[in-house]
Design a protein around this ligand. Structure first.
Ligand code: 6GU
Length: 240
């Protein structure tokens, strides 16, 4: 998968060279290209923003650098003529909410482009223009406001990247996680069996794999009911 990131703070993304995502880049599974949006400015101060038409607080990102940057990163190479259209994601608190389902769907794409704006926004015409170059998605991490799209983009790249085959060493570790089956994860324990007067639940030491699986499932439901009842179908929220 190819991922292009457009940002005025490219060094935010240095962290993506660490750990599993870093290994995936070395292995050629993920081709991550982080670009400084200011590379597509031509004035002496590398200006990327200006005051809003109609007045109001804050600054708006100018369309010209975005247009040039999007043209360049979405340009189809001569050799890859059968490539699918890129998916162009603009992180925004005004977008659709990002979930594990979103991550699963985006993990199947060949080319993702993330356009990181500042939260006062990008000139609206950029979104319209981008729709000629690829499939445009405005995506939010949740109902709170960040200063810009960088941290949101990092979260999305990590969530998507780990679902690409070969990125996470043991694919089985992907299926037993929170949100993969619509429930929260069951509690985990390791040695010692007793620690500061607290013992591991007996069932986990029983060796009875069927009983352990049933207990874990029950724990998943109990936790989901307590912490995230919104994830459960209506008929499973009212159980004792
Ligand atoms: Cl994707 N961007 C910004 N700026 N704030 C957010 C967000 C995204 N998701 C939640 N808050």
């Amino acid at each position: 998968m190819r991922i292009d990131v457009l940002s005025i703070f490219p060094s935010y993304f240095d962290g993506l060279t660490l750990s599993l995502l870093g290994k995936a880049q070395h292995a050629g599974i993920i081709d991550l290209r982080v670009h400084d949006l200011r590379a597509w400015t031509s004035d002496r101060h590398n200006t990327v923003d200006d005051t809003p038409y109609g007045g109001g607080a804050g600054m708006v990102m100018k369309p010209e650098p975005w247009g040039l940057a999007l043209d360049e990163v979405t340009a189809r190479s001569e050799t890859a003529s059968d490539a699918e259209r890129p998916t162009i994601i603009f992180p925004s608190p005004a977008g659709e909410v990002f979930t594990q389902k979103t991550a699963r769907s985006l993990a199947t794409r060949e080319h993702l482009v993330f356009g990181c704006g500042r939260y006062e926004g990008i000139d609206e015409r950029v979104f319209e223009y981008a729709a000629d170059l690829g499939e445009v998605r405005l995506i939010s991490l949740g109902d709170y406001v960040l200063n810009g799209g960088e941290v949101a983009t990092m979260a999305m790249i990590e969530a998507i990247g780990r679902l690409i085959p070969g990125v996470v060493g043991n694919p089985e570790s992907l299926v037993e996680e929170s949100h993969e089956d619509g429930l929260l994860e069951y509690p985990s324990y390791t040695k010692p069996a007793s620690w500061r007067e607290r013992s591991v639940p007996d069932i986990l030491l029983s060796g009875n794999h069927g009983a352990i699986a049933a207990w874990r499932r029950e724990q998943q439901f109990e936790r989901t009911r307590k912490r995230r009842p919104d994830l459960l179908p209506d008929d499973e929220t009212s159980q004792p």
